[in-house]
Each structure stands twice: as structure tokens, then as C-alpha cells.
Design a protein around this ligand. Structure first.
Ligand code: ZN
Length: 148
């Protein structure tokens, strides 16, 4: 643009990386590019987990609200509504979504977790978009410290 060099970059990262790590990788790439090529004035970067110039998966895969609704309906059916979800990690692949469902250990005492995980996987498998569910438990001690 005029005498300025502007770049638009698509950085393809693994779908398991967090948004903050993806953005850090983008900032790092911009910093290194500009250190090596000082004529570059501005870089716009996308953090992509698939080739977003090839296809647009947002038209076929459900979003977080739709997936949460789906999970709560299953938990309700299995009488597990008091299980609070600590963290819901969604990993969008090109054809399927992998779900990390993290629960607090003290909420899970009354449950047979392997069985619950199996039930969730079975129910979610009815959806074409579903890949796999990982049930994770967050262990915290009486001082509310996360145990390593
Ligand atoms: Zn992109």
C-alpha cells in the first residue's frame, strides 16, 4: 500500500491449543517477521486451526451454546444435573468436535465416572459432528488449591 508493506497471514495451529497460546504464536511470528524485514509496516494475522480459505465449517458444526444445551440435556436424562461443569473445552476439527468436559472432584463422588463418560459418548455419537468426549476431573484440596 503506497510505500508500505502490509501482510495478511494465515497461521494454521493445532486445534488443541488455547486461544491465548494461538494469539501468542501470532504475536511471536509478527515480531520475528518485522525484526527480519524492517520494511514490513503492518501484519494482520489469522489464527486458523484448518484451511479457512478452502471451506467454511461454521455452517455445519454447532457452537458452544448448542453443544452445552446438548450436554445438559444428556446430564438431565441421567439424573446428573447437580454436576457442575468447571471447564468445557471444544476442539474443532474439520469434520468433528472433540470435547473436554472438566468437573470438580468433590462434585463427582456420587458418580461412576467411567460409566458416565461412556453414556455421554454413546448419546453424543448420535450427532454427526461429534468426535470424542474426554471426561477430566479437577482435584482441589480443602484450601481450594488445585492439586498437581
Ligand atoms: Zn484465516
Amino acid at each position: 500500500m503506497a510505500s508500505h508493506i502490509l501482510l495478511e497471514v494465515h497461521l494454521q495451529i493445532a486445534p488443541y491449543l488455547s486461544a491465548s497460546e494461538g494469539h501468542f504464536i501470532g504475536d511471536m511470528a509478527v515480531y520475528r517477521l518485522r525484526a527480519r524485514f524492517p520494511d514490513i509496516k503492518h501484519v494482520i494475522f489469522h489464527i486458523d486451526t484448518y484451511d479457512d480459505e478452502a471451506e467454511n465449517y461454521c455452517q455445519v458444526l454447532p457452537n458452544r451454546v448448542e453443544i452445552s444445551r446438548c450436554l445438559f440435556a444428556i446430564l438431565d436424562r441421567y439424573d446428573a444435573t447437580e454436576l457442575k461443569i468447571h471447564r468445557l473445552g471444544l476442539h474443532y476439527h474439520t469434520d468433528a468436535i472433540e470435547i473436554d468436559l472438566q468437573l470438580n472432584q468433590q462434585d463427582t463422588v456420587a458418580y461412576d465416572l467411567p460409566h458416565l463418560q461412556q453414556q455421554l459418548n454413546t448419546e453424543l455419537s448420535k450427532h454427526a459432528w461429534f468426535g470424542h468426549l474426554n471426561l477430566l476431573v479437577r482435584h482441589i484440596d480443602s484450601n481450594n488449591q488445585v492439586l498437581k
